[in-house]
Structure formats: C-alpha cells, structure tokens
Design a protein around this ligand. Structure first.
Ligand SMILES: O=c1ccn([C@@H]2O[C@H](COP(=O)(O)O)[C@@H](O)[C@H]2O)c(=O)[nH]1
Length: 230
C-alpha cells in the first residue's frame, strides 16, 4: 500500500490555499497538514471545511504546556475527527500521557515532536545547551513518547531506524525535512530526499515548500509521491 505524502499547507491566506488545492483532481485524496500559520488565522472552521471536503488532516499544533492544559485542549480536539495531532515530547512524560488521555475515544493519532528538523547538532549544543548527540536526544525523546502512550513521533528521516529499534515497528515515524535533490534546503537542517526517507523506513513524509511553492504544485507532488512510493 502507498504511504502518504503529507502536504504542509503553510499559506498566508485561505484563497491562496484553496487555489493550490484546486490544482488537484477530486479523486486525489490528499493528506494535509494544518500548522500554526493557518490555524491561527482560520481556526477550527478551516479544519472542519477541509474535513468536509474529504481530506485527511494532520493538525500540527505542537502543544507544549502543563499536563492539565494539554489534556483539556486534547479533549476539545478529540471531537474534531482529525487523523493526527502533535505535542512536543519535551513537555515531559506526564504531559504526553495527559494528551493521550484527552484524545481517548477518538481515532486521532498522537505524535510527539522530538528535535525540530530545523535544529542541528550545533544549535542543540550551543543554543539549547543539551549535552547529548542529536541522535541520542531524538531517540531519548522518542522512547519517552513511546513509554507514555504516544502513537508515534516527528523526527527527521535520518533517525528512523534508531527510533524503530528502541520502540517498535508499529510506532509511527512521520518525517518532515524532506527535500528532493533539486529543492532548496532553506531553514531545515536534518534533511533527506523522499527515496532516502523510504529506505530509512519513515511511515509518512511531510513536505511543504517543495510542493506549495513549486510552479506546478500538482506535478511537484506527483514526482515526490512517485519517488517516495517507488
Ligand atoms: O520538526 C519539525 C516539525 C514540523 N515541521 C513542519 O513540517 C513542515 C515542513 O515544511 P517544509 O516547507 O517542507 O520545510 C512545516 O510546516 C513545519 O512546521 C518541520 O519542518 N519540522
């Protein structure tokens, strides 16, 4: 079965976003990521309208707060029928299990963000003063997420084999920081091509600008989808 390319809808306005989506044939059942940029502008009505059009939704809110606040927020989101939701794994064990508890009764999968793919070893050591190798920090947070009920993690594709080894094959590894050979890397630090992500065992890839800022978004999506599902 084909694995999803999750398209990150990071647009400044909803008109631009709908124009982008209209390039795709109706039968193409896209998996869309709504992040902070669009959610802060358009909120739940936007999520609902995309669900009503039949899209799968990854709500990338990266919640990071005290356990009680995260649980109550997740109880609300549990009613929204979205497929995936993120919290930061660095919020800790109690926060992760509170998020899972909040989502109880829904089919929303809880994903914990490990180390953002925009952070490399230098930023980890010098800015955040984390005295671990990046891959050890990522696997530590992944294990914390696994032990506390998350369904998977967000990491770069580069860490997927190590994460699967210390958790389980079923533990989802959803990987942004995807760049086809021809694309600009931009602010991402830990990157992989779609084919490398497949070889490393990612369960889904998240791709934004290489698709949304391409001249022909549909063509860019199709090429990435083919490389990923070869
Ligand atoms: O570690 C993370 C967590 C989330 N993201 C999100 O994925 C997309 C990537 O977009 P590109 O344009 O392909 O770089 C974006 O919405 C991020 O918020 C991430 O990149 N890294």
């Amino acid at each position: 079965m084909n694995k999803p390319v999750i398209v990150a809808l990071d647009f400044a306005d909803d008109f631009e976003c709908i124009n982008f989506l209209n390039q795709f044939p109706k039968e193409e059942k896209l998996f869309l990521k709504i992040g902070l940029e669009m959610f802060c502008q358009f909120g739940y009505p936007f999520v609902r309208s995309l669900r009503e059009r039949g899209y799968n939704i990854f709500l990338d809110l990266k919640l990071h707060d005290i356990p009680n606040t995260v649980r109550r927020t997740c109880e609300m989101i549990a009613k929204w029928d979205v497929q995936m939701l993120t919290v930061h794994a660095s919020g800790g064990a109690e926060m992760i299990s509170a998020a899972k508890e909040g989502l109880k009764g829904s089919s929303t999968e809880l994903l914990a963000v490990t180390q953002l793919t925009s952070l490399g070893q230098d930023e980890l050591a010098n800015e955040l003063q984390v005295p671990l190798k990046s891959q050890d920090y990522v696997t530590h947070l992944a294990k914390l997420a696994f032990d506390n009920g998350a369904d998977g993690v967000i990491s770069s594709a580069l860490e997927v084999p190590m994460i699967k080894e210390i958790t389980s094959d079923e533990f989802l590894c959803v990987t942004p920081g995807i760049r086809p050979k021809s694309a600009q890397v931009g602010d991402q630090k830990r990157v992989a091509t779609p084919s490398r992500a497949r070889e490393l065992g990612s369960d889904a890839i998240v791709v934004g600008r290489p698709i949304t800022q391409a001249k022909d978004g549909h063509e860019a999506y199709t090429n990435i989808f083919k490389e990923w599902n070869k």
